[in-house]
Write a protein of this length. Structure first.
Length: 100
């Protein structure tokens, strides 16, 4: 076996490992953790359950509705702000509720 054949085989193996490694890194194993963040979604853009009178995704009635949540990257909710300095929260809020 010539050194050229061995080097070609080693190169092919290295490329295969590199491509496989990239696909592993982009898969679900490194999916970013998420958390529910209340009071940051626009009307009709919540991810699920916006309190009494709503069913699930897309059912919030007002912007920044306090009991509507959206999934955000873990650790970012408490730093999110809405207009007028209103902040995101990890639990439902009693602000910005739809009028009855």
């Amino acid at each position: 076996m010539s050194s050229y054949t061995i080097n070609s085989a080693a190169l092919a193996a290295a490329i295969t490992m590199a491509v496989t490694g990239v696909s592993l890194l982009s898969g679900p194993a490194v999916a970013q953790e998420k958390e529910k963040c209340f009071g940051i979604s626009m009307a009709g853009k919540n991810d699920c359950a916006a309190g009494p009178g709503t069913t699930c995704a897309g059912t919030s009635k007002v912007d920044y509705q306090g009991n509507a949540w959206k999934y955000v990257a873990a650790g970012t909710c408490l730093t999110m702000t809405a207009p007028d300095g209103r902040m995101g929260a990890l639990e439902a809020l009693e602000r910005d509720m739809p009028k009855a």
